[in-house]
Design a binder for this molecule. Structure first.
Ligand code: FAD
Length: 310
């Protein structure tokens, strides 16, 4: 029984979601290998080889793999899939783009968004926006799995000494090609990897106010900034900041929600945070039901006061 983890990386470094996925793979009980499919991705392969618990790294390098195009990465996974009992992807935008193709081609069911491994064929996953946990047993010969990062601790990024084996890259598909990417540069930690997140809601009222009120708090705390869907839909914050059922799932050490009501779809994305602080002027706001610390106050006064006090 051997599990294959598909690394999420930028050709130079391995992204943190890979580390949580390795922990899930180790829980499946067998040896763990990691596939690094990229272009000039030698550094990422070296980094993967250092992850504690990894026995082998497969490194496929080719022009078609440089930008993580789903058709090409899926074909690369399928080229080695026959050697594995479990194939695990982080449940991130790119993992979720590739995993269903692999599952479909192998004619097996995908087991999505697992938060616990009960045994090599039985897994737990949240359903109904996290209000119930389904225990799923799979009789498929290969388990194709996406892993919710917040359900598993990160494996240590160093300490491992895995061998790196080169694979020949599959031919690039002509179904898609890379045109370009526009990546917002930010000094802030990435939302899903941040230890502290400060999130703003509809109450902020405008993009200008969102920035004016939330940025100083994030700066003081070295935090990532998040937002509710209402704030994103209203254009106060960019789409990639959305936390929740249809946004990002986060579980930082500290989550501060300012002017967020705590709708079930928002809670689905952040209720596993270690400490939750809510600032809301409505004492009945549902966010207070999950908050460890609640401040019934006007955020336009409370947040600047907090910044001053920090
Ligand atoms: C299928 C589906 C998926 C969804 N996915 C998501 C998702 O991923 N993420 C998400 O967030 N939502 C999601 N939603 C939307 C969700 O249902 C809520 O509409 C949304 O979360 C509300 O955002 P909000 O709390 O910012 O706004 P509101 O619900 O309008 O809450 C604003 C809060 O601010 C408080 N407030 C107002 N003024 C002040 C002030 N001056 N100081 C302090 N507090 C103040 C109010 O008391 C209120 O509690 C989804 C909905 C659906 C149907």
């Amino acid at each position: 029984m051997t599990a294959l983890v598909i690394a999420e990386h930028d050709n130079a470094t391995v992204k943190s979601a890979t580390l949580n996925t390795v922990t899930a793979a180790l829980a499946c009980g067998g040896e763990v290998h990691v596939l690094v499919a990229g272009e000039n991705a030698g550094e990422a392969a070296k980094a993967a080889a250092q992850i504690a618990g990894v026995a082998k790294v497969l490194h496929a390098d080719g022009a078609g793999l440089g930008h993580g195009l789903a058709e090409n990465v899926a074909a690369q996974v399928l080229a080695v899939a026959g050697n594995y009992s479990h194939i695990l992807f982080p449940a991130t935008a790119s993992g979720k783009n590739v995993a269903p193709r692999v599952a479909a081609k192998l004619d097996v069911s995908q087991i999505s968004d697992i938060t616990k491994v009960d045994s090599p064929d039985t897994f737990e996953r949240p359903i109904y926006a996290g209000n119930a946990i389904a225990t799923v047993q799979s009789g498929d010969s290969v388990k194709v799995i996406t892993v919710r990062g917040t359900g598993f601790d990160a494996a240590a990024a160093t300490g491992g000494l895995a061998a790196v084996e080169s694979l020949s890259a599959v031919a690039a598909s002509d179904k898609s090609s890379f045109v370009g990417s526009e990546i917002a540069k930010s000094e802030r930690p990435e939302l899903t990897a941040a230890k502290i997140i400060v999130s703003g809601g509809r109450a902020l009222g405008s993009a200008e106010k969102f920035t004016e009120v939330m940025t100083p708090l994030a700066d003081k705390l070295g935090a990532a900034i998040g937002a509710s869907r209402a704030a994103v839909d209203a254009g106060y914050a960019p789409n990639d900041l959305q936390v929740g059922q249809t946004g990002k799932i986060v579980a930082p050490q500290l989550y501060i929600a300012a002017g967020i009501s705590g709708a079930i779809q928002h809670l689905a994305g952040m209720k596993d945070s270690k400490v939750i602080v809510a600032i809301n002027k409505d004492p009945e706001a549902p966010i207070f039901s999950v908050a460890d610390y609640g401040l019934e106050a006007d955020l336009f006064t409370a947040v600047p006061e907090l910044v001053k006090a920090l």
